[in-house]
Design a protein around this ligand. Structure first.
Ligand SMILES: Nc1ncnc2c1ncn2[C@@H]1O[C@H](COP(=O)(O)OP(=O)(O)O)[C@@H](O)[C@H]1O
Ligand SMILES: [Mg+2]
Length: 458
């Protein structure tokens, strides 16, 4: 499978051609620079040759230098290279310290060529010189290649260094370029990863780089379809629960009427049972409806309002104190103002489910306290000293239809699921623990201050 790393792909596509281009460029430059340098050094080699040529004359009919050996040596001094010379004429012994064959066709213009002399590479200049009385000879001057070689080495290094720097810079630029280019993707990924499974709002497309926008658009379309499917499921649940409520209420009334009338004694237990089942089923339908209403998306956009939780708790007190007295439970309230942004009906359901649980799961003689107030955030507590929730079940009690095994009463296991859902709609933190006293249950909710909420959602 080919590499899926963009970085590697880009490096491959950029770096390989870049290296080839750099190598071609360097080779071309090297070739041109080497020829230019050779030409310059060749011209320099002409100087001692022309100087020598001026001191050639015929001696006994043979070309010879009219300079002493020392004078000749002085003419041929060079700081870096050894310089050799040779003067040849037809039919006579060559003069000089270079023993090279004379190339044919030497003209009046200097000829330059490479040769090997006693195992070393040399550069040779050859020139035909004319001596008085029609005599002629060939003068060859040669030098070793030290100057030229070190010059070439300089050129080579001068070309290689920038090529290496450019290649390294390309690697670094691609590395960081890809990283910067992909940074929006990274933040997109973080944004999606940070979402809860209930948050099906579209991902903002303008956060995505142009190339990834179609992917985000498709993702948003999928989120949209998912949202629609969930909403229709939710509507179905709400409708079904709602449709069930009316006939159940009718059924309950009928059974109650029958129980109050003169019913044959043997049918009474059956009708009592029927009554209990009807109440339980009506309760289930109500709870399902509440759950459907508390789901995200079910709330109209302007449902949330600035309200004091204390008024919700006061309403609850009126409803629940008589029921607590019936069960010989001490239901106390401890209220302070607690302003928050919330949906009053849902908050009432939340509190009703918590108090209902506390009443159900606390034996007569026990006590229940409902508190609300606000520190930085508004908070709500319902505490009882009842049977408590086993530690092993504490994480499960929020699940739908979960009931602790052997729980008394005929609950349907939706109460805390509803509380959890309503807490979520309010961005509230829900904690279910044992109270400090050790016995019973303490449920605590903290509602983040609206300013903090606005701050955290931007
Ligand atoms: N205040 C409480 N004290 C003891 N147990 C509780 C309390 N509240 C909830 N529970 C336990 O958590 C389970 C789930 O509660 P809930 O979702 O309200 O369902 P239900 O009350 O219908 O059984 C209950 O079955 C019960 O065992
Ligand atoms: Mg309950």
């Amino acid at each position: 499978m080919p590499s899926r790393s963009l970085r590697r792909l880009l490096l491959g596509w950029l770096l390989a051609p870049l290296l080839v281009l750099l190598a071609l460029g360097a080779a071309g430059t090297f070739y041109i620079a080497r020829n230019a340098a050779n030409d310059a050094y060749d011209k320099e080699l002409l100087d001692p040759m022309l100087a020598l040529a001026q001191h050639v004359q015929l001696v006994n009919g043979q070309p010879a230098f009219n300079l002493t050996q020392t004078a000749r040596d002085l003419l041929l001094v060079d700081a870096y290279d050894n310089i050799y010379y040779q003067l040849s004429a037809n039919g006579s012994q060559p003069v000089g310290n270079l023993y090279l064959p004379v190339p044919p066709n030497i003209g009046d213009k200097a000829l330059f060529y490479n040769a090997t002399y006693s195992g070393r590479s040399i550069r040779v200049a050859a020139l035909r010189i004319h001596i008085e009385k029609g005599g002629s000879g060939v003068l060859q001057v040669a030098e070793t290649l030290n100057k030229r070689d070190s010059h070439l080495l300089h050129i080579l290094l001068g070309l290689l260094a920038p090529a290496v720097v450019i290649a390294l810079a390309a690697i670094v630029l691609v590395w960081f370029g890809v990283r910067r280019g992909l940074a929006p993707l990274q933040s997109l990924q973080e944004e999606i990863a940070a979402r809860s499974h209930r948050d099906l709002r579209p991902v903002p497309e303008h956060h995505a780089p142009d190339e990834v926008r179609p992917v985000v658009a498709s993702l948003n379309a999928l989120l949209g379809r998912l949202d629609a499917a969930l909403a229709s499921q939710q509507r179905f649940l709400a409708n079904a629960a709602h449709q069930l409520r009316t006939p159940l209420a009718g059924l309950q009334t009928q059974v109650e009427l029958a129980l109050r009338g003169d019913l044959p004694e043997d049918l009474r237990p059956t009708f009592a049972c029927l009554h209990a089942s009807t109440i339980r089923t009506a309760h289930l339908a109500n709870q399902l409806l509440t759950l459907a209403r508390a789901e995200p998306g079910a709330l109209p956009p302007d449902a949330m309002q600035w309200l004091d939780l204390r008024s919700v708790v006061e309403d609850a007190a009126r409803i629940w104190v008589p029921r607590a007295l019936d069960k010989q439970l001490d239901l106390g309230f401890d209220m302070a103002p607690a302003w928050l942004v919330g949906e009053p009906l849902l908050l009432r359901e939340l509190l009703a489910n918590l108090i209902d649980n506390a009443l159900r799961y606390t034996a007569p003689g026990g006590s229940i306290t409902v508190r609300c107030g606000s520190a930085a955030d508004a908070w709500l507590e319902v505490e009882d000293n009842g049977i408590g929730i086993p530690a092993a079940a504490i994480t499960k009690v929020r699940e739908r239809f979960y009931r602790v095994e052997g729980s008394p009463g005929d609950g349907c296991g939706l109460g805390l699921a509803i509380v959890d859902e309503i807490a979520r709609v309010h961005d509230a933190v829900l904690e279910i623990t044992a109270p400090a006293a050790g016995r019973g249950t303490l449920v605590r909710l903290r509602f983040p201050h609206p300013q903090a909420k606005v701050f955290s959602s931007t």
